[in-house]
Design a protein around this ligand. Structure first.
Ligand code: GLU
Length: 482
């Protein structure tokens, strides 16, 4: 393939963050829209922080979101010999020098310096390499590095502001700017699309990249173009915080967001389609996506909008799709995946799938996220509990309400027609007999039968629940009121 080569290179250091999902998605949109290749590389060199479950989490979240990659996952840790070879090549070409300053000593010595960081003490000491020396990169004193950013334009960084940074620790560990540049170079990346937080490290990677060009083992590979994506910020316009904001893709999955809705919403975090509205299938976004249309300013991670978009997607599902999507909340025991720490609010053996034949479309109209489904249908599978407050206000202290309940019970027992239309007419008529409009007369019935004052359409629910069960519940409420 001759198109662009891009990669998503997460460090597995925690749950899969929505910012990572957005970065991954923008790489995906760009690659798919430009006949490119999308690669997943796990940057797992920091073994003390990386955990297998986090790597698995990244891969499964990407699969769930449908962000398929063409190569990988490759693992940065597997390239350690190549990174070491790069350090040797830089050493041989005179780009590095040995330094035996410990970080404590450097800190003490450079306190109050106008330019923070390492002061170049060992630059000309010609130290031998040994078990206590690190290797630092000799950053040119003058000149600049230009980052060719497809979103922000060319950004020039003055090298005078860069310290001679460590590329190889005394224990032999290669540092990130070198490992990252080597992997990107070897994989012939043409574009590096990643978060804005990494922009300050980009000049270091370009220095590494260019310094390796003269080595026969590495060769001259063109420096990639960059695209630094805007930060995601919360309502206070602060960077999304792992502690304060719900930020893991897993948490949204647990809440019952649909992957296609999240992908749609994440696409809008820093970008918007030129044509058509904001809710469109991903294929349309792929066709339109250009890095030059990504915004510079921080992108508001608007959770209200995310919910709205999810509700739209839920409503656009066919009933079969809706039921399949809701299965983890309805019958988790049968589903491949189940929400974390979730249990159905009914005993699993009391679940009756046929209830959903009638109720599914009605429920689908009324939920925004799938985790709202159990509360909507729970009363079909177990007797409801009414709160004292609701019960007193709507039934116990309301004579009209009690009269309605008694009349509905009597009508049910004398064989009134048990269809939703007939029940609707019945409750309306009974209400009228007691001087109540339909809204007033159905409230006690709804509360007694479902345990709540809001929920799916009442008369369909009564029909599905069945005459005997409805009579039982209405009678129980009336008795409790006596
Ligand atoms: N591994 C880095 C991170 O997760 C990203 C590196 C990159 O995209 O260049 O922050």
């Amino acid at each position: 393939m001759t198109g662009p080569r891009v990669r998503f290179a997460p460090s597995p250091t925690g749950y899969f963050h929505v910012g990572s999902a957005r970065t991954s998605l923008f790489n995906y949109l760009f690659a798919r829209g430009h006949g490119g290749t999308f690669i997943l590389r796990i940057e797992d060199t920091d073994a003390s922080r990386g955990r297998q479950e986090w790597t698995d989490g990244i891969i499964s979240a990407m699969n769930w979101l449908g962000l398929t990659y063409d190569e990988g996952p490759t693992f940065q840790s597997h390239n350690a010999p190549r990174h070491a070879q790069a350090a040797e090549a830089l050493w041989a070409a005179g780009h590095l020098y040995a330094c035996d300053c410990t970080s404590e000593v450097v800190q003490e010595r450079t306190k109050g310096n106008p330019i923070p960081g390492y002061d170049g003490r060992c630059r000309d000491r010609q130290l031998e390499r040994g078990p206590t020396t690190a290797l630092r990169f000799r950053v040119p004193d003058e000149g600049s590095v230009i980052v060719r950013d497809q979103i922000r334009g060319d950004i020039e960084f003055q090298l005078a502001n860069y310290e001679d940074f460590v590329v190889l620790r005394s224990n032999g560990g290669v540092l990130y700017p070198l490992a990252n540049a080597v992997d990107d170079r070897d994989a012939k990346m043409t574009h590096i699309i990643r978060g804005e937080d990494l922009l300050p490290t980009t000049p270091k990677q370009i220095l590494m990249w260019e310094a390796l060009s003269s080595s026969p083992d590495f060769g001259d590979v063109p420096v990639p173009l960059y695209a630094h994506l805007p930060l995601l910020v919360n309502e206070q316009r602060k960077k999304l915080s792992k502690r304060k904001d719900p930020v893991s893709v897993e948490s949204y999955r647990d809440e019952g967001y649909l992957p296609q809705a999240l992908v749609n919403f994440f696409s809008l975090c820093g970008w918007s389609p030129r044509e058509g509205d904001e809710i469109q299938p991903i294929e349309n976004f792929i066709a339109q996506f250009e890095l030059s249309d990504v915004t510079h300013s921080p992108a508001f991670f608007d959770m209200a909008k995310m919910r709205h978009i999810n509700g739209e997607y839920v409503r656009r599902l066919s009933v079969e799709e809706f039921l399949a999507a809701a299965q983890p909340w309805l019958q988790p025991e049968l589903s491949e995946w189940r929400p974390t720490d979730y249990e159905t609010p009914w005993a699993p053996e009391d679940f009756r799938p046929e209830v959903l034949d009638v109720m599914a479309p009605l429920v689908q109209e009324r939920v925004t996220v799938l985790s709202e489904v159990p509360a909507m249908v729970g009363f079909f599978f177990r007797r409801p509990e009414m709160s004292d407050g609701d019960f007193t206000k709507t039934i116990a202290s309301n004579e009209g309400a009690k009269a309605v309940l008694a009349d509905v019970i009597a009508a049910a027992q004398s064989g009134t027609n048990w269809t939703s239309d007939a029940l609707h007419a019945l409750v309306a008529q009974i209400g009228e007999n007691h001087g109540m409009n339909l809204r007033k007369s159905q409230a006690p019935v709804r509360l007694a039968v479902t345990g709540a004052l809001v929920g799916p359409p009442l008369f369909e629910s009564l029909e599905v629940l069945g005459r005997d069960e409805v009579v039982l519940r209405l009678t129980a409420a009336l008795e409790r009121a006596r």
